[in-house]
Design a binder for this molecule. Structure first.
Ligand SMILES: NC(=O)c1ccc[n+]([C@@H]2O[C@H](COP(=O)([O-])OP(=O)(O)OC[C@H]3O[C@@H](n4cnc5c(N)ncnc54)[C@H](OP(=O)(O)O)[C@@H]3O)[C@@H](O)[C@H]2O)c1
Length: 353
């Protein structure tokens, strides 16, 4: 057993996702039983509400008050735990002080961000310190980007075993999916769209598929990017852009770079969503692209963003109902091809919570 008081602290325990995570930890591991954990957040009152919602057995759950902007309160969290999970987002607005303190104190950390520009900033500002202290900082541990990262890794293992070589190309296709975004996810998407609207440098960075690879990555393969409806050769269905592709593809290329280019120097990877066959599929894909375009334009302009934030989209703290969460799922397919033309596919399924 380690010398720290806790194995795990959930920071942002009162968030929509933090609530779900605490319910899960409490029902799977109990309180201070198999896993010693505590719940942290900025509001003592909200933390108490959360503890009450977990039932009588959660009476022993320790509550810790800390503010995302107050490094000394974050330091106090880090000194008591081996790992911190943060659900305090948008991370680009609130996340950096905790990364800085975890890197300095050697505390392991993970989060659910999908904000690729923020991940790049954290790597360039805090990676050296984290290497020095041994802190493991792991971003993007949610739906973006675990299924993509692990799906590609799994397919590459299978390709190596079967053909003695990795796939040079992998196409990820979302075959089916049901789920809705939480308020925090919407706030993060609106924030990145707002930042990008006023910064040509950020738009250029967001378009770079290798933006979070180490600077000496040396990759130059041109990456396909599904931005408009196109016919998918494997399934013969119409494909539309997948909203998470902007972060997932970057994580996959970073994994390739960090694993000594295990997927190869010329590895190509793209993601899209299957919308069906024939005219119906084409119309659905076109409708989706138009809807996505309208959302992005709306989010980039101040008056429409205000309307969206205040009247149309879930607000921070809100999210799908427990019933909708229970019904959530995803079914994604990976189609791989080696440089010699051998083909291999895999399927990844799971529940969206
Ligand atoms: N990758 C995925 O699959 C996935 C899925 C869902 C969400 N997410 C991401 O996870 C994050 C959380 O989402 P969510 O919907 O759960 O968000 P949310 O309900 O809006 O919660 C945000 C949390 O941040 C806390 N917070 C804000 N400012 C703070 C400060 N100064 N100090 C301490 N805490 C502060 C809030 O505290 P209060 O409760 O006191 O207001 C709240 O607990 C978002 O960035 C979202 O994009 C990712």
């Amino acid at each position: 057993m380690s010398s720290e008081k806790y194995d795990l602290i959930v920071f942002g325990a009162t968030s929509f996702v933090g609530n779900i995570l605490c319910q899960y930890l409490s029902s799977e591991y109990g309180i201070n039983d198999k896993v010693r954990w505590a719940a942290a957040g900025r509001s003592e009152g909200k933390l108490e509400e959360l503890r009450n919602s977990l039932g009588a057995e959660a009476e022993q759950l320790t509550l810790l008050v800390a503010d995302a902007a107050d490094e000394s309160s974050l330091q106090a969290l880090c000194e008591q735990t081996r790992v911190i999970i943060s659900t305090v987002g948008p991370y680009a607005l609130y996340g950096e002080p905790l990364i800085k303190v975890c890197a300095a104190t050697g505390t392991d950390y993970c989060d659910l961000t999908g904000e690729v520009h923020w991940v790049r900033r954290m790597i360039s500002r805090h990676e050296d310190k984290a290497r020095e202290t041994g802190a493991r900082i792991v971003h993007c541990c949610g739906f973006d980007s675990i299924p993509s990262d692990m799906g590609v890794w799994h397919l590459q293992q299978a390709a190596q075993a079967q053909f003695g070589a990795p796939c040079e190309t992998i196409r990820m296709r979302v075959k089916a999916m049901r789920g809705a975004a939480s308020g925090g996810t919407i706030a993060s998407m609106l924030n990145i769209t707002k930042e990008a609207a006023s910064s040509p440098e950020l738009r250029k960075e967001l378009a770079n598929p290798y933006s979070i690879c180490p600077s000496d990555h040396g990759f130059s393969a041109r990456q396909h990017n599904v931005t408009s409806p196109e016919l998918d050769p494997e399934s013969q269905q119409w494909a539309a852009p997948f909203i998470m592709a902007g972060i997932n593809t970057r994580i996959v290329h970073r994994s390739n770079a960090l694993s000594g280019k295990a997927y190869g120097e010329n590895f190509r990877y793209d993601e899209s969503m299957l919308m069906g066959r024939g005219t119906k599929g084409r119309l659905r894909a076109t409708g989706f692209v138009m809807g996505l375009g309208a959302f992005l334009v709306g989010a980039a302009l101040k008056p429409s963003r205000w309307l969206m934030e205040n009247y149309m989209l879930p607000k921070p703290g809100e999210g799908p109902s427990p019933k909708a969460q229970e019904a959530g799922f995803y079914d994604i397919r990976f189609y791989g091809e080696t440089a010699n033309g051998e083909r291999i596919n895999t399927k990844v399924t799971g529940l969206v919570r």
